[in-house]
Design a protein around this ligand. Structure first.
Ligand SMILES: [Zn+2]
Length: 311
């Protein structure tokens, strides 16, 4: 059975509710996979304007070949793996989803045949190739003096790109210096420390599935018992997504002290094995959040590894 793809932003801040999705790249670029034919494979599926996409550049630092196999007539079994240890390089750029949606993409490319109709979308940007200081910005020309030896490098940026750094500003390797979409500054990303007023009820009532999921998860991690009623209603809604119903059940048990047996047993008895697996994963995070609250600590971020349950 093919279940609809469950994609949820990788990180959520327990304090302010900011959701971040990470798209690691092997070179500095603002590109994402996208499939115009399949709604669930669109680059922004499940995301809202306020979400942020992080683009860490990762370089392989260690590579190992691993293989194991058995060869005997008339059948053979062979398994090969390539283990790579990745090392983040330079600045991680962050761009708000609303910024991408506001600017037409610069292009799309279709990957190899084996990946079917999978394509990627990209927005043009220029990245600093060194750590340094912006010495001058004149028109579309930007001069960066490299840290250490002060060596200058000037480049002219096409007029379609806006320069997003100013004179005297420190820039890091791989940082966006000119772009079609404005990246978030460190100041923009500073945690507000609190949720906006009415944020959780709004998330729970959202038409966007991933928002409801985030709402239930945040309510549990924050130990917010005041939302028992809307969460119980999500739990009992047979039309609701099963992962949200499971999260809601966990909230009712962990935060509202309802009996686990009645809420969890139907999932364990279900012929869908992955429901049971999800429940076990969830019980583990439930133990974690229970321990965290017992110790009066709060986990900083939760990583719902939902993709692992895809068919
Ligand atoms: Zn925050």
């Amino acid at each position: 059975m093919k279940r609809k793809r469950v994609r949820i932003p990788d990180l959520v801040c327990v304090r302010c509710g900011l959701r971040v999705e990470s798209r690691a790249k092997t070179k500095p670029e603002l590109s994402m996979s996208d499939s115009p034919a399949t709604l669930e494979r669109a680059w922004d599926f499940g995301m809202v304007d306020a979400d942020v996409i992080a683009f860490p550049v990762c370089k392989p630092s260690e590579e190992k070949q691993w293989s194991a196999g058995r060869l005997s007539e008339p059948i053979s079994y062979w398994h090969e793996r390539n283990w790579i240890r990745w090392q983040p390089e330079g600045k991680v750029n962050y761009v708000r989803v609303s910024r991408f949606r506001a600017v037409p993409r610069d292009g799309s490319a279709t990957k190899g045949v084996t990946e079917g109709s999978e394509t990627s979308v990209a927005w043009k940007a220029r990245f600093s190739r060194r750590d340094g200081v912006v010495e001058a910005v004149q028109g579309q020309r930007i001069t960066i003096a490299r840290s250490g030896d002060g060596r200058r490098h000037t480049q002219t940026v096409p007029t379609t790109l806006s320069i997003v750094v100013g004179q005297g500003e420190e820039v890091a390797h791989n940082q966006i210096i000119a772009s079609r979409v404005r990246p978030e500054t460190d100041h923009d990303l500073h945690c507000a420390g609190t949720l906006p007023d009415g944020h959780l009820p709004q998330l729970l009532a959202s038409r966007e599935r991933t928002q409801r999921f985030t709402g239930v998860k945040l309510a549990r991690l924050r130990g917010d018992a005041s939302l028992g009623t809307p969460i119980a209603s999500l739990e009992s809604d047979r039309e609701e997504d099963v992962y949200i119903r499971l999260e809601a059940a966990a909230h009712l048990v962990a935060v509202c002290d309802l009996a686990a047996e009645g809420l969890f047993t139907p999932y364990l008895a279900s012929p869908e094995l992955h429901y049971a697996i999800t429940l076990i994963t969830l019980l583990w995070s439930f133990v974690e959040s229970w321990v965290a609250r017992r110790w009066e600590l709060r986990p900083h971020a939760d990583l719902p590894d939902a993709d692992a349950h895809d068919d």
